[in-house]
Design a protein around this ligand. Structure first.
Ligand SMILES: [Fe+2]
Length: 157
């Protein structure tokens, strides 16, 4: 296994930081995949606005997953984005199959978005102790996803 010559964090802090980031990376990749599943299989009278809104969320989530993966790599650890570990390790509820109404989609995707945000907030607490730069990255990501959650769940009432 190859290692970077200059490490930013000592081994203990690096392991703790990258483990927290990796847990969020699995959630974010799953969230993006489930977003496309929702985007494709939506039916109902508000199809177009929710279909397009889901793609806006997915774009944010994909950018976030890239930033988190590259932060892990920056700290000298290999990021893991393989499908099998994502499927077995993500903390989100499983994907929903079949055509889904707008109402069902807004609810189930908002639930998964909220779970990903909870995971980010747990990681933010951990990272405050060991790596404020990674903490700052996740704070920014969570702010964006929390705004998406607001705009999605306003449609439930
Ligand atoms: Fe599309």
């Amino acid at each position: 296994m190859t290692e970077l010559k200059r490490q930013i964090l000592d081994k203990g802090d690096r392991d703790n930081t990258t483990a927290a980031l990796q847990a969020c990376l699995y959630d974010l990749i799953d969230l993006a995949l489930q977003g496309k599943q929702a985007h494709w299989n939506l039916v109902g009278s508000r199809f177009r606005s929710v279909h397009l809104q889901l793609d806006e969320i997915i774009a944010s989530v994909r950018a976030a997953s890239d930033d988190v993966a590259e932060r892990i790599a920056t700290l000298g650890v290999a990021a893991d984005g393989r499908a099998t570990p994502v499927g077995s390790t993500s903390r989100l509820e499983g994907g929903v199959s079949g055509l889904q109404t707008v109402e069902s989609t807004v609810k189930y995707y908002a639930d998964r978005l909220a779970t990903a945000i909870s995971g980010l907030r747990v990681a933010i607490e951990t990272l405050a102790e060991v790596d404020p730069i990674s903490e700052d990255l996740l704070v920014g990501i969570s702010a964006g996803l929390e705004k998406h959650l607001w705009m999605l769940q306003t449609q439930e009432v």
